[in-house]
Design a protein around this ligand. Structure first.
Ligand code: PEP
Ligand code: MN
Length: 370
């Protein structure tokens, strides 16, 4: 989506359902619609939670394995409508194809969510975008399951081309080999990159699907607010233990109330937002550099081990290996440090430590170290 096109459409568009100048918008509700009673009981609890303005429920559930609960289907949309009538909360649900989109629109759903398993598929996204031509509805696009920025951006562009102006992105984390301690790794810098490429795009954080467990909901939500996200989505069920999907990450409405109270919810002004985004990028760069340092250390250890095979020490001495050569090497390193503007004492400490580690290993290999 070109930045210019996005902002001018936004200016011309009607009031956004997705951003509020006062405070972040909170979307809450069960992972899945299970029964009318479950929906109403949860929604009546959520209506009392200050800050919650949108009720969500999954109607059709994309499940990884067959045999898991697949959602109640279209009847759930009627329950969603009842929730809206009874509580005044706006409603949101995920749609994954044109038929589901048309049905959700017919039942007056306010915010459509494109799920992570749909964003990965341009055919499905295009089908939904086509079904939305000429329709005024808010749409939040979740990141694809894999960290592919172009795919996320592409889905937003398809909807934008179809004329959807009230458009936002929802960050739900990424499926990675090692996501611990999260269910889906947040990779914050990836989501922030999207915001940098499309300034003004509403950004939501689906804290529940990033966290995957109750104990991480607070730090994930706080991080999103600190980074200036426009909204949060948190799954809530009146009886999480009995939930048919995502039982381990849902919280009761009263718990959500406490969680929201505990969050520092300042809206981040533009300049601070830029600063935070920049800080996040720099942190990531430091992480990469630390990785590189570790790789270099590991390579150095291997090379010194090979060298050790050729230079058997004659006696137990802290001076092994060759001290004269080492003095010259250190002098050269300190000279380089000084030209690079790095504190010489710091460099000396590091290299002496690295060297004595080598000496210890070397002596140990020859049985000369205790
Ligand atoms: C959900 O919101 O319940 C859901 C299935 O989300 P996702 O598309 O992020 O997996
Ligand atoms: Mn869920």
């Amino acid at each position: 989506m070109s930045t210019a096109a996005h902002s001018s459409k936004k200016l011309a568009g009607q009031q956004s359902q997705l951003v509020s100048s006062k405070r972040p918008i909170v979307i809450a509700g069960p992972c899945s619609a299970e029964s009318e009673e479950q929906m109403l009981q949860t929604a009546l609890g959520l209506k009392k939670v200050r800050g919650v303005s949108v009720f969500r429920a999954g109607i059709w559930k994309p499940r990884t394995r067959p045999g898991n609960f697949q959602g109640v289907g279209t009847i759930g949309l009627e329950w969603l409508r009842t929730v809206k009538q009874e509580t005044g909360l706006r409603t949101a649900c995920e749609v994954a194809n044109a038929t589901q989109t048309e049905q959700a629109l017919q039942q007056g759903v306010d915010i459509l969510l494109i799920g992570a398993h749909t964003t990965v598929n341009p055919f499905l996204v295009q089908e939904i975008a086509d079904a939305l031509k000429g329709v005024q509805v808010a749409v939040l696009v979740k990141n694809p399951v894999n960290p592919d920025l172009a795919l996320w951006l592409g889905a937003l562009e398809r909807l934008h081309i179809s004329g959807i102006t009230d458009l936002g992105a929802m960050h739900r984390g990424f499926s990675t080999l090692d996501s611990a301690p999260y269910r889906n790794h947040p990779k914050w810098e990836h989501a922030l990159e999207l915001r940098q490429q499309v300034p003004g795009l509403a950004m939501y954080c689906d804290a529940s699907h990033i966290a995957g467990r109750r104990s991480l909901l607070r730090p994930v939500s706080q991080r999103a607010l600190d980074l200036g996200y426009d909204g949060l989505m948190i799954e809530s069920h009146h009886n999480p233990a009995a939930a048919l999907s995502d039982a381990q990450q849902q919280i009761m409405p009263q718990e959500l109330h406490m969680l929201l109270q505990a969050l520092k919810q300042q809206h981040t002004p533009g300049e601070k937002l830029k600063q935070n985004t920049q800080m996040e990028k720099l942190r990531k760069e430091i992480e990469h550099l630390d990785d590189e340092l570790l790789t270099l250390l590991s390579r150095r250890t291997k090379v010194t081990a090979q060298l050790g095979d050729y230079s058997k020490p004659v006696e137990k001495s802290a001076e092994t290996p060759d001290p004269v050569r080492w003095d010259l090497v250190l002098e050269n390193l300190l000279h380089q440090a000084s030209s690079a503007g790095i504190d010489q004492a710091f460099v000396k400490t590091i290299f002496q430590e690295v060297r004595s580690q080598y000496a210890r290993t070397h002596l140990y290999n020859y049985g000369l170290s205790s």
